[in-house]
Design a protein around this ligand. Sequence first.
Ligand SMILES: [Zn+2]
Length: 429
Amino acid sequence: MRWILLILFTLGSMTAQAENTVINNTTVLTMDNDKTLSGATVVIVDDRITYAGPAADAPIPRSVDNVIGGTGKFLMPGLAEMHGHLPSSGWSRERQERILFLYLAGGVTTVRGMLGDPVQFELRKEISAGTMDGPVLYLAAPSMNGNSVSSPADGRAKIRRYAAQGWDLQKIHPGLTRAEYDAIADEANKLNFPFGGHVPADVGIERALEAGQISIDHMDGYLQMVDGDKREMTDDDFAKMIEITKRSGSWVVPTHELFNVLIGGGDVAALSVRPENRYLTSDALASYQRRAANANASANALAVKNRNRLLKVLADAEVNLALGSDAPQLFSVPGFSIWREIQSMQAAGLTAAQILKSGTSAPGRYFADKDKFGTISVGSRADLILLNDNPYENIEAVFDQTGVVAAGKWYSRADIDTRLDAIAADVAR
Ligand SMILES: [Zn+2]
């Protein structure tokens, strides 16, 4: 009897957060293609989209928790941060909640965490049980780098251990030798365990792509392939980069804005007055200001120009491109740094459709074996942003949000603003 009650209790608590939402008469960016559906109703039951289409045919559930008026508004899938950082062991509960909520507050409903810490498994469980607000998390294992891997055999052993522990991929950092990298790649491929991140200098981009590295983060390795920090890259360089990237099927996660600052230096005064800095502690802000000032001392405008052109040609060639900002890293407040990343992609010449796809349907394709999300279609996870304007016409419409739905849970603008004010007050204490 006792364990039956326990099961009932567990089922009850698992579904305690379930809610049904109907969004009426809105314009839907399905992200299945570049078209929009106007005058559409979207029905959300628990964490799934069960309908998106004409109001007349909408199957309205018997009990609806939220009825949202969508007239004049635009509904798009939530954004993915494909290179994000997540809380580590030893953080206070308050700090964990803060960073996870900031992602949601910016419309980020999925994060590929790129530096593993075991506490993240607990946070992922709490988010899916509804005891903590946050995006859906996919987790890279603890980093493999020149310090954490001592030999090819050690690399293989760690790959086996991390794959067995249930991480979603292996994070690669600089410093691995070619022999260590090859052993890691071989073992990971045998286990069907993806590995991605940086490209170690001893490996190079061509080998990384050939070895099956799932993502090249920061566009690492491309400039190094042709001394692109010292000379202007040519059309032939770009053609070769497109060819090897497309052949591999690997993903590129540019983290473009971060590298604009790291490589190009930044206007520290302008960076320092960004409105989202109100969610940073004064210590974090001071350390960012020091790092940006240091970056200024070695600014390389040529490398920035090459990276801008590279990003544009990769997007135009339709390589697998996924939105990522490397928050929180350097003036990159979780959730809001995705907006800065979007602006930097636009400045590099990407179209609104290219940018939107990189943050929605493309990450959905990347994680297709885990879940269905990133499009507004029946069966997709209900991760949505309701906007006041059409982002196809002006990409910055993405930053003007009426509300966010994260795995079926509705957060209104007022809810989000109240929590953001509380966060700003907390960090100022
Ligand atoms: Zn990172």
